[in-house]
Design a binder for this molecule. Structure first.
Ligand SMILES: [Zn+2]
Length: 484
């Protein structure tokens, strides 16, 4: 009787299993044991960790056959291959007690489960194996956390599009994959020009541009690539690495060890468009609250969501649990100090601060001022690009130095033009007066006005038990609507 198990066979080539089988057959010969011919004699569980709790079908078959008395001996590579969890060992002992069955291993000799001492030894080993597996998982996890905190790439999963790994001076690191990085930069530029994610991905698929995994492009994965902090060389964590890691010491975002693909300005503009609350109101989701999409937790920079109210109720243990009012809260499970704030009070505060702001906009129909700061910036960058071009043409600057510089300036011009276009678009929709705003009732209409007036609301966590305090709430108004 053979029981074969190898804990990891990611290549699925069964090579490891075959090597074990050869040695096990040799041991059987030495012991003078007969292996039942056919499949029933060899119980092979390839690529199944005995620890992680996935069902090991062949182990179950073995137990069943032992119970039936079909087999009268078990051979395995090492006892920890047979039972890693104390629970498995207990089941094996139960079966072996009924039948007089021997367990032999290649690596650790006979496993004597017929007397109390042998069973105690085996159980101790099983408990330690389980402990060791748990420790290994823990060590791996904290190492990943440490690497994220240090801004180092964390292995595992598919390669991130835009970078490839390379070994420089003996250290493994991430370097840019120039063609792929350019695909992402182009996509960012097109987003800034108001193109839709779907149009861009369709285009990439038609042109046969490959993704890192070879799967076709889709809007949500492209969006993730563009909004993730890693694209500007900041470490990310949380679900899909969307939330920038904030250093506990400095309170600043942690710089990553790999090179950036987008510059900070472009990234922030792209992120503002792709994560815009206004856009999120157009996804067909019906909002039942005023502020989702606008509120962010200052601890983790993550979005806050509404939490329904709860009535006072009786717990299953017969105790009264107090009710609570509806609130907004940080939903990032990794957040150290989640921000929370009462829904009604927060919405009232935002409504009145927006009314005050609207009342201060004295000349709602005034034309934009002549000295448009964005236009001035564009002119300056255009002059800069012309300068580089001149240097290149006159050979005062090498082409490989001048071209990236020109591209960078050009990207900045494109970002500014997109911002200009967006501002112009927003200005075509007149803002309500403070009074109109206070009398506006439809949630969709109110959210639309909010996205014209404010960019975000940051909420600081309060001391324990503090459900709401106006000082914890900071509204950022859009500055580009000032010149209306
Ligand atoms: Zn948070």
């Amino acid at each position: 009787m053979l029981y074969l198990r190898i804990s990891a066979d990611p290549k699925n080539d069964e090579l490891g299993v075959r090597r074990q089988e050869k040695e096990l057959r040799a041991l059987a010969e030495r012991l003078g044991w007969e292996i039942i011919p056919g499949v029933a004699g060899v119980y092979s569980d390839d690529d199944r960790s005995a620890y992680n709790g996935k069902p090991r079908e062949r182990f179950e078959d073995l137990l069943a056959d032992l119970r039936l008395g079909v087999v009268d001996g078990v051979l395995c590579w090492h006892s920890d291959r047979l039972y890693r969890r104390p629970r498995d060992l207990d089941r094996l002992i139960d079966v072996l007690e009924v039948h007089d069955t021997q367990v032999q291993t290649v690596k650790s000799g006979i496993v004597d489960l017929s007397n109390a001492t042998g069973r105690a030894v085996a159980k101790t080993i099983a408990v330690w194996s389980e402990h060791e597996s748990a420790l290994k998982a823990e060590r791996l996890m904290s190492k990943h956390d440490q690497m994220r905190q240090a801004g180092q790439p964390v292995g595992g999963g598919p390669r991130a599009y835009g970078w490839r790994s390379a070994t420089i001076n003996g250290t493994k690191t991430s370097v840019l994959e120039p063609t792929e990085a350019q695909v992402l930069r182009d996509a960012a530029t097109r987003i800034l020009h108001g193109e839709k994610l779907g149009t861009i991905t369709r285009d990439l698929n038609e042109r046969g541009v490959a993704t890192a995994t070879g799967a076709p492009w889709n809007p949500s994965s492209l969006k993730a690539m563009l909004v993730r902090p890693r694209v500007v060389a900041l470490a990310g964590s949380g679900k899909d690495g969307m939330v920038p890691v904030i250093s506990e010491e400095t309170g600043e975002p942690v710089r990553a060890a790999w090179p950036a693909i987008l510059d900070m300005d472009t990234w922030q503009s792209v992120r503002a468009i792709l994560l815009d609350a206004d856009r999120r109101t157009n996804t067909g989701r019906v909002h039942t609250r005023l502020l989702p999409g606008f509120l962010f937790c200052t601890t983790c920079a993550g979005p806050m969501q509404g939490r329904p109210p709860r009535a006072r109720r009786m717990s299953p243990h017969g105790r009264w649990e107090s009710g609570r009012a509806a609130k907004y809260g940080c939903v990032n499970p990794k957040c150290r100090v989640k921000a929370n704030t009462l829904q009604d009070e927060t919405e009232k505060l935002v409504t009145s601060l927006v009314a005050v702001w609207l009342a201060e906009q004295e000349f709602p129909d005034q034309a934009p001022p002549a000295d448009d700061p964005i236009a001035a910036d564009i002119t300056a960058f255009e002059a800069q690009a012309a300068h580089y071009r001149e240097l290149m043409v006159t050979r005062a600057m090498a082409e490989e130095d001048a071209l990236p510089a020109i591209n960078l300036v050009r990207a900045k011009i494109q970002a500014l033009k997109a911002k200009q276009a967006q501002t112009a678009k927003r200005r075509t929709r007149p803002l309500p007066s403070a009074e109109q705003w206070l009398n506006l009732h439809g949630l969709t209409e109110r959210r639309a006005v909010l996205s014209d007036v404010i960019t975000r609301i940051d909420v600081k966590p309060g001391p324990w038990g503090d459900a709401y305090h106006p000082d914890r709430i900071h509204i950022t108004f859009r500055d580009d609507t000032h010149g209306r």
